[in-house]
Ligand binder design. Structure first.
Ligand code: HEC
Length: 134
C-alpha cells in the first residue's frame, strides 16, 4: 500500500471518529444552522491558533471545517442551488484548502491570508442569502 493512501485512510478514520463525536450534539432533525454553529466555533479556534502561532491547531480545525462542510452538503438538500451560491461555496472550499496547505507548511502569513479569505466567503454567502430572502 502506498504511504500516501495509508495516510488518507487514517485521516478518513480520524474524521469519522471526530464526526461521530459531534453528532450527538447536533439536533436529530439536522438543520444547516447546527452545522454552521460548528463552523463558527471552528473559525474562532482557527483565529486563536493563528494568534498563538499554533499552526498545528489551525490545521486540525481547518480539517474539521472541511469535514463539517462535507457533512453539511450531504445532509442538506434544501439549500439554494443558484449559481452565485455555488460560487460562494467554492470560494469557501478553496480558502479552506489553502488554509490547510499553509498551516501544514507552517506559514503563518499564508495561513492568515487564507483565513481572511475564508471569513470573506462566510460573510459574502450570508449576505447573498439575506438578499435572496428579501
Ligand atoms: C456557501 C454558503 C455559506 C458559507 C460559505 C457559509 N455559510 Fe453559514 N449559513 C449558510 C446557510 C444557507 C445558513 C442557513 C441560513 C438561514 O437559514 O437563514 C447559514 C447559517 C449560519 C449560521 C447560523 C445563523 C444564525 O442566524 O444563527 C452561522 C452562525 C453561520 N452560518 C456561520 C458561518 C461561518 C462562521 C462561516 C464561515 C466559516 C459560514 N457560515 C459560511 C450558508 C453559508
Amino acid at each position: 500500500m502506498r504511504p500516501e493512501l495509508k495516510y488518507r485512510i487514517a485521516y478518513l478514520g480520524a474524521c469519522l471518529i471526530w464526526v461521530s463525536g459531534i453528532l450527538p450534539r447536533v439536533n436529530a432533525d439536522e438543520k444547516p444552522t447546527d452545522w454552521m454553529q460548528v463552523k463558527l466555533q471552528m473559525s474562532q479556534e482557527i483565529l486563536a491558533g493563528l494568534t498563538r502561532g499554533d499552526l498545528a491547531a489551525v490545521e486540525t480545525h481547518a480539517q474539521k471545517m472541511n469535514v463539517v462542510n462535507f457533512m453539511e452538503k450531504l445532509v442538506s438538500s434544501d439549500k439554494p442551488h443558484y449559481k452565485e451560491y455555488t460560487r460562494q461555496l467554492q470560494a469557501f472550499e478553496t480558502a479552506n484548502r489553502d488554509l490547510l496547505r499553509q498551516s501544514a507548511a507552517k506559514n503563518t502569513e499564508g495561513a492568515t491570508l487564507a483565513y481572511v479569505q475564508l471569513t470573506i466567503s462566510c460573510v459574502q454567502c450570508h449576505k447573498l442569502i439575506r438578499d435572496a430572502k428579501k
